[in-house]
Ligand binder design. Structure first.
Ligand code: SF4
Length: 311
């Protein structure tokens, strides 16, 4: 069966083997982050609605999960903000009712936790990973380029409120964009915000595949260490992937990407179009192939082109 809303399982640095659910059309989000690996936001909105028909999503989930695949998480992520879906609660409820052995994770930008309905919707998830990159309005605007209805202060209050109500694990992710949010003064503000939110874990991340804006660069090791030191205790730096050997579902798609690149260099967008794979998934495989030294990326006018080494 060809799935429209499910992708992967993909190897995730944070979640091990994760089956992705993408219930928001490309690229619909409340933010337009400069580092977004899915590219620039084309529909910047804060309007919640049933973007993907719930019936179809549930049909695919039933079809997939009844085969009892080996997974660490079923994860709401993809090419937009999942809490924009007005019926995400029904989908989470379905998984927890009918396939309780699977953990549900939600990757969210946390901007809609100001709405009670959104906080309630995520209550049955096992793990919520919200992000918070800015604690000052100007940094929020430059780095996350939010929808006009959002303010940094409200986002932080919404996250703190969610923490008070949600019984599961919260891992707060902070993405470092050198030159934008790594000033000492700003990190001190972030530290205060993090204390107010009180997550179970704080994780630092930085660019590891092409972002929405070409000028965004990866933070160097010493910059990450410095950021972690200023942000507070118990800050984790997100590690590398788990070994993926023996997980058959990855190899087929990796091979398809290699075969396509053997014919001609492509951008991630080209591969996504040719192979009909979500961009997010393509980017993860490209990262794996880069790490293995099988491909290289080269920035050109139309974007970053990947090609096979030693063709
Ligand atoms: S990184 Fe996440 S929150 Fe930011 S624009 Fe991309 S999908 Fe939206």
């Amino acid at each position: 069966m060809k799935y429209k809303y499910l992708f992967g399982p993909v190897p995730s640095r944070r979640l091990g083997v994760s089956l992705g659910i993408d219930i928001i059309p490309y690229k619909t989000c409340t933010l337009n982050c400069v580092y977004c690996e899915c590219g620039r936001t084309t529909r910047l909105t804060a309007t919640r609605k049933e973007y993907a028909p719930v019936k179809e999503v549930i049909y695919e989930l039933r079809e997939y999960l009844q085969k009892e695949p080996e997974l660490d998480y079923v994860t709401f992520s993809g090419s937009g903000e999942p809490t924009l879906h007005s019926k995400i609660d029904i989908i989470i409820h379905f998984i927890k009712e009918y396939f309780p052995r699977y953990n549900v994770a939600v990757l969210t930008n946390g901007t809609l936790f100001t709405e009670e309905e959104v906080r309630v919707a995520l209550r049955r998830a096992d793990l919520v990973i919200p992000s918070l990159d800015a604690a000052a309005e100007d940094v929020f605007k430059k780095l996350n380029r939010p929808h006009g209805s959002l303010s940094c202060e409200k986002v932080i209050s919404g996250l703190a409120q969610f923490r008070k109500e949600y019984p599961g694990e919260i891992r707060l992710e902070v993405f470092i964009v050198p030159g934008l949010n790594d000033g000492e003064e700003h990190i001190a503000m972030l530290r205060k915000a993090v204390q107010k939110i009180n997550p179970d874990r704080i994780q630092l991340n930085t660019l590891d595949r092409p972002g929405a804006e070409p000028w965004v660069r990866t933070a160097r090791d010493e910059e990450i260490q410095q950021f972690a030191k200023y942000l507070g205790d118990n800050v984790e730096i997100i590690g590398k992937f788990k070994p993926r050997n023996g997980i058959t579902s990855f190899s087929g798609k990796e091979q398809s990407i290699l075969l396509t690149l053997k014919r001609r260099p492509c951008t991630a967008e080209d591969l996504s179009y040719i192979l009909r794979l979500p961009l997010l998934e393509v980017n993860k495989y490209l990262q794996m192939l880069l790490e293995k030294g099988q491909i290289v990326g080269e920035q050109q006018k139309r974007g970053k082109f990947y090609k096979i080494i030693n063709r």
